[in-house]
Each structure stands twice: as structure tokens, then as C-alpha cells.
Design a protein around this ligand. Sequence first.
Ligand code: FAD
Length: 386
Amino acid sequence: MKTIIVLGTGLAAVGVIRQTMKSTVLNRKDIKMIVVSPSTHFVWTIGMPRAIVPGQFTDDKVLYELQPSFKNYPSDKFEFVLGKAINLDPVGKTVTVALNGPVSTRNITYDTLIVATGASSRDEMPWKALDNSENTIDKLHSVQEKIKGAKIIVVAGGGITGVEVAGELGYEYSRNDSKKVYYIHGDNLPLSPVALPSVRKQIRAELDKLKVKTIPNTKVTNVSTKGADMILELTAADGSTTTLTTQAYIPALGVVPNTSFAPASILNAGGYIKQIKSLQVDGHSDIFVLGDAGSLEDNRGGIADLQAQHLIKALPLYLEGKTMPEYKPMEKPIFAITVGRGRGTGQMGSFKLFSFLVWYMKGRYMGTDYAGALAAGKRTITTKFE
Ligand SMILES: Cc1cc2nc3c(=O)[nH]c(=O)nc-3n(C[C@H](O)[C@H](O)[C@H](O)COP(=O)(O)OP(=O)(O)OC[C@H]3O[C@@H](n4cnc5c(N)ncnc54)[C@H](O)[C@@H]3O)c2cc1C
């Protein structure tokens, strides 16, 4: 019996799991699949900037139980292991898993390994899956409670998540003067210079309309607590410091790859697993890498989606010993950013996207209208399989 191990149950993994079970594993006597993840739930990250606003989404719009999708597979063909990979031996073809709960580990050998362990939030916020699903749900609720009780909310972080969170809070609170919302970011405009200046300026203008008080060229350099308040030390680009008092500090400071289990020889300087264009690991053709954990492209759901779609087609060929097609990385930046529940912006190559289009495609529901089918592996963001 040959074993395919899949590490992770995020956006890059779930479609590959179901579609490979259907196309190959269930139809062949000689292959089984083992899925390893510390999460019992699929986390819909794209909905999280709105989910933290109290009353916007019930938990089941952003957290989807995996078991209903897995329970009908025969036990000799499929196994779900609740735990996280802590070591990978590519020569011995073995993954060591720390099982959730009381300390214990299990070694599992593979013939084919698919690594889709993604990346975690730097700030222990529930933007991505935390150590286990209970912690993700508890943290989501505690952030909602903090926001509910706050008079002043401070969001920090110049990336897409920071912008979307500031926009959601501005739409709900500062627009109607019910709470003050500050937005702190390190550059002179939101996002990095990879984005068009017109897109960055529009984000700033939209936040202004929502009465979000933007503080550019600034970083939060210390956080201390005083009773129910948090005192933030802000350091401006010129080195000067001030303080800002808040009852809800919402950091969105980026992600780090979940690859500490992998040997240094297969990691790049940023800690991402070195992928070649077939999505295999350089020098290890039996290991595929998908999504945020890989080095080939940026950390974006749209990219994880395209890589997953590619592997869904390529893996059956690989397993039959046939030649696989090459993956074509995305050539131009494509992204859509919501700024509150009514507006948005974005970019496709050198074109700025219309606000209405971003609202229609994303901002209306934040993908919660299709996330359930995606979590079940029946579709990706852009392609329906069933
Ligand atoms: C708030 C937010 C909003 C976003 N919005 C957008 C958007 O609008 N559009 C867009 O294109 N992108 C967006 N992104 C980026 C997108 O979410 C990621 O690119 C995408 O989640 C990557 O999917 P993934 O499966 O590679 O990794 P992840 O989603 O990080 O999933 C990783 C999985 O691996 C599991 N795991 C972690 N460590 C281990 C281990 N050691 N062993 C086994 N399993 C492990 C995790 O529990 C999880 O199940 C957003 C990101 C955030 C944080």
C-alpha cells in the first residue's frame, strides 16, 4: 500500500484532499491518504476582518468542521490525524507528528508528501488558524468582546488585513461616531509600493470617509496595560515617540511560514520551502508544496487556489508515473481589498479595480457565500468541481 500524506487543512489543502480521494485514492487498491492537521475546523481567513466585528458573522461562517467531509471515507483508505508535523526526514520519508492533547508523537512514513502548512499570524490573532480550533474560536470571541467594550480601537499593520480590519471597524463605528478608530501603518500610504499609488491613495481616501483616524509612517513599539486600558507607544519614522490609549488593540502584523518541521536544507532564507515550477521540492520529487508555505509566489489565497487547482490535475498523472504539466506562476499582481461593507479597491496588473466590482465580487459576503463548499473540497475560490 502506498501512502500520500497531506500536511494542513487550509485553503491550499482541502480541495486537493477531496479531489484526489475521488479521482485516485478511492479508485485504486494500492493507495491510501493520511491528513495531518492540528485543526478540527477549516478557517476562512478571507472572512476574518469582518468576523471580528461583533454581530457580523456567526462562527459557522468562518469556521467549518472538517469531520463531515472526511467521515464517509473507508478507514483503510483515509485517516485524519489531529496533530502537527514537528519533523520531516526526506531521506527516510518520515513525518513526525505531535498529537494534540497529552504529549505523544507518531512517526508516519510516506511515498508522496503534500505540504500545505501555510503561515501563522505573527500576533497570535485569529486571522489564521491558531494551535487548535478551540483556541481559534476562543480568541475570535475575546477580540469581539474587546471591540464591543471599547471606546477607542487601534488597528496596526500596513498590509491587506490591516486595511480591511480598519475599514470594517470604521464602517461599523467611526462613521457614525459611536467609537473612535485609529489606523497605524509604517509607510506614508497603506500597502507596500508593489501596489499602484492610485490604489494606495484610494484606500486612504476611503478610510478618511469612514472617519478612521490614520497615523502613517509610524509603528507600535511597545504595549503595556493599565487597568482595562492598553497604552501603546508609537514611534514615528523620525524617531519621535508618543502614546495612545485604547481598550482594543488589533494588530495585523503579517505572517510567518509554518515550516519549522522541515530541514534547513529545503528552506530559503525567509523560512519558505524551496519549490520548483512543478510545485515539487528541489531535489525531492516525492514532496509537493502548496500555498503560503512555499517559496515560489507570494502569500495569497488566490495563488494557493491556483497551485491547488494545478496539483488536482497533476497529481493523478504523477501517481501513474506519467509526465506532469508545469505550473505557471501568476505574472501580475491581482488583489481585491474591501474598505468597509460598502466600498473597496484593488488591482489587476497595472489596472485599478472599480469599487463596485470589488464590493460585488468580495465585499458583499467576504466569500462566506461559497466558503462552505470550498471547506468541503468541492470547489476552490475560482473553480467548481462538484
Ligand atoms: C485576515 C486575512 C485575510 C486574507 N484575505 C485574502 C484575500 O482576500 N484574498 C487572498 O487572495 N488572500 C487573502 N489572504 C491570504 C490567504 O488567507 C492565504 O494565502 C491562504 O490562507 C493560504 O492558504 P494555505 O492553505 O497555504 O495556508 P493556511 O491557510 O495558513 O493553512 C495552513 C493549514 O496548515 C495547518 N498547519 C499549520 N502548521 C501545521 C503543521 N506543522 N502540521 C500540520 N498542519 C499544520 C493549519 O492548521 C492550517 O490548517 C488573507 C489572509 C489573512 C490573514
